[in-house]
Design a protein around this ligand. Structure first.
Ligand code: ADP
Ligand code: MG
Length: 661
């Protein structure tokens, strides 16, 4: 291999690239061996590409060369070389693929990498985000890439870098197609300069690569199409190993489905449920993880057409006997054959989840915690399987204990004979929900209410709308009547003017004030009007659009509550008195607080201080010694008390300030 010209091009890495390299070199210390997995996986990709090309194209370089990966070692020089007979790279491809952050995932990767504390998690990320090549700089002092493209009229090129700032590129002489990566190991990385340890790493991570990997003279990988075997013939360890190989997950899978179908369509599929989702609901729709093979030949990575999008978290392989080998992207997209496979796989995956729900509570719970959102997403889009998916939903409710959940079927089973609807209450925080005054009526009547605390839920329930003929209704909107009647009820005329005055005091932040028929213990509560958008939905809208004002709430007041009666008394005595207006405002702020909507609690708190201050007796200085005698530890106990009472003057001032606002 010699240089054809003296022309050495110097290039700088993109700023982000440099940042990435810096992080890799300076913050990753465990699992360094994954660099080999990444380079082998790139070699394998390059070989897949050339094999695929060979199906249609003719006349490229080294057409009949054996497709293989060779790893050689120079123990003296501490050099490892990984060579493949893959597709190779042209001058421009090197620049585009190595040294530039072209992929959208990379910035996300960088962000997550800098956020992750655990070193192992960091290494796991490398494989997942497709920035694999650069992991080589965990162990390399310098990396040299010699590569020649399959295209006959392209020249061969050498790329060199130490992983800091720059790389060089120059033309070289290289007769054969493919890529050769020479790693000059860093000092202290001698463990990778041994054939045995390289073999071990290949065994650990790269056993299922489709091409022979040779270390020296020895064939190091198994390369068998595991999915083609009968499920009963595959050992659990083999399956786990395969899962880790295709998913780059360091953890074992949660479960799998393995099918070998013959008629009407012949295909094999081995699909895995990961134990953890890295994905949130905002995951990009293009992130699929099932690869398509045709007659054991790899056709397409992350094929979108094998599963419905909500099942995109599944990992694995589908291998079809009936598709054409040179099937194109357009064909897979519209293929009725793939549509049939997709339908069968979906059914099979759901069946597996249903099996867990029925027989393996722990597994189901793990699945549900990680992928519950996926089920919810499915309900929205998969009309065919909606009923099955709805049956997989699990909820907290006013009757579930810590760690328990309830399904809609269970809810129906235990609900009262005369109950007409399924009730739910939704919000951001489960504890707040549990204490909502709006539950009082339902608690009193012993009616179970589902408590929904996830953003999607509020949007989802109206989509489901009914379960086995029963309407699913938010208690916010339920029309209920506790039937409790008070003997000394307020005169209806006074009620009307009292409510009108309260409304004037609170202003048009609320839609209306109504007399409540559901509150039993609380003086008041906020509810939404029948037509209003759900509260959670509103929050989602707000998150997307800060200017979104949202629907106004209705304040329900319990006129049988003694506090309301007292406020009504104040009103009757003097409707303009500060006592009256302050009480109404405090009442409203408290309702907002319970509704998880009070943005600034300081006004409410200073009012509370005022009330406490006026309600508590003046300190009796002469009695202080008595307390000291009685209390076991007078010093600790009385001092903090005194300290808390001391800023009384300040808090009054604060309250005064707030009142002025
Ligand atoms: P990914 O493999 O996810 O694309 P990498 O960082 O591992 O990301 O590789 C970047 C790119 O460099 C690859 O997509 C490929 O285009 C190119 N590349 C890397 N190694 C090889 C190789 N051995 N042969 C051909 N191209 C390669
Ligand atoms: Mg890669």
């Amino acid at each position: 291999m010699s240089k054809t010209t003296d022309k050495v091009e110097e290039h700088s890495f993109q700023a982000e690239m440099e940042q990435l390299l810096h992080l890799i070199i300076h913050s990753l210390y465990t699992h360094k061996e994954i660099f080999l997995r990444e380079l082998v996986s790139n070699a394998s990709d390059a070989l897949h590409k050339i094999r695929y090309l060979g199906l249609t194209d003719k006349g490229f370089l080294d057409e009949s060369a054996e497709l293989r990966i060779d790893i050689t070692l120079d123990e003296e020089k501490k050099q490892v070389t990984i060579k493949d007979t893959g597709i190779g790279m042209t001058h421009d491809e090197i620049i585009a693929n190595i040294g530039t952050i072209a992929k959208s995932g990379t910035m996300k990767f960088l962000k997550e990498l800098s956020e992750k504390k655990d070193d192992k998690q960091k290494s796991d990320l490398i494989g997942q985000f497709g920035v694999g090549f650069y992991s080589v700089f965990m162990v390399a002092q310098e990396v040299t890439i010699n590569t020649r493209s399959f295209a006959k009229d392209e020249k061969a090129w050498q790329w060199k870098s130490e992983g800091t700032g720059k790389f060089t590129l120059e033309e070289i002489e290289k007769a054969d197609r493919g890529t050769e990566i020479i790693i000059q190991l860093k000092e202290g990385e001698d463990e990778f300069a041994s054939a045995d340890s390289l073999k071990n790493i290949i065994n650990k991570y790269s056993n299922f690569v489709d091409f022979p990997i040779n270390i020296g003279e020895e064939h190091a990988n198994k390369s068998s199409a595991l999915w083609r075997k009968q499920a009963s013939q595959v050992k659990e360890e083999e399956r786990t190993e395969f899962y880790k190989f295709i998913s780059h997950d360091m953890e074992d899978q949660l479960g799998h489905v393995h099918l070998n179908a013959e008629a009407p369509i012949a295909y094999s599929a081995l699909l895995f449920f990961p134990a953890k989702s890295n994905n949130d609901i905002f995951q990009k729709p293009e992130d699929f993880h099932v690869h398509l093979y045709v007659k054991k030949v790899f056709i397409q990575n992350d094929c979108k057409d094998l599963l419905p999008s909500y099942l995109r978290f599944m990992r694995g392989v589908v291998d079809s006997e009936d598709l054409d080998l040179n099937v194109s992207r357009e064909v897979t997209q519209h293929s009725p054959l793939l549509a049939k496979i997709r339908k069968a796989l979906t059914g099979r995956i759901l069946k597996e989840i249903e099996k867990w729900a029925e027989k393996d509570a722990k597994k189901f719970e793990t699945f549900y915690t990680q992928f519950g959102n996926v089920i919810k997403e499915g309900i929205e889009v998969d009309y065919e399987n909606r009923d099955r998916l709805v049956d997989l939903l699990r909820f907290q409710s006013t009757k579930t204990k810590q760690g328990e959940t309830v399904s809609l079927a269970q809810y129906l089973e235990r609900m009262k004979a005369d109950q007409k609807e399924i009730y739910y209450l939704s919000g951001r925080n489960l504890d707040v929900l549990k204490n909502s005054p709006n539950l009082e009526y339902f608690t009193e009547k012993d009616i179970e209410v589902l408590l929904l605390d996830h953003v999607i839920d509020d949007y989802l329930m109206p989509v489901i709308a009914k379960y086995k003929e029963k309407d699913i209704t938010s208690i916010d909107k339920a029309e209920v009547d506790s039937g409790v009647k008070d003997k000394d009820e307020l005169d209806p005329v006074i009620v009307t003017s009292f409510i009108g005055r309260m409304k004037a005091v609170i202003g048009d932040e609320i839609e209306d004030i109504k007399e409540s028929k559901r509150l039993l213990k609380s003086p008041c509560s906020l509810v939404s009007s029948k037509e209003a958008m759900n509260q959670q939905m509103e929050m989602m809208m707000k998150a997307m659009n800060p200017d979104f004002a949202g629907a106004k709430r209705i304040l329900e007041v319990n006129l049988q509550h003694s506090l309301m009666k007292k406020i009504a008394g104040l009103y009757q005595k003097s409707p303009d008195s500060p006592e009256f207006t302050t009480s109404v405002k405090a009442l409203y702020d408290s309702a907002k607080l319970l509704d998880d909507r009070l943005e600034d609690p300081s006004v409410l708190v200073s009012r509370l201080y005022d009330y406490m201050d006026s309600a508590l007796p003046e300190p009796d200085k002469t009695s202080a010694p008595k307390v000291a005698e009685k209390e076991a530890k007078p010093a600790e106990k009385t001092e903090p008390k005194a300290a808390k009472e001391a800023p009384k003057k300040d808090s009054k001032d604060d309250a005064g300030k707030n009142k002025k606002k």
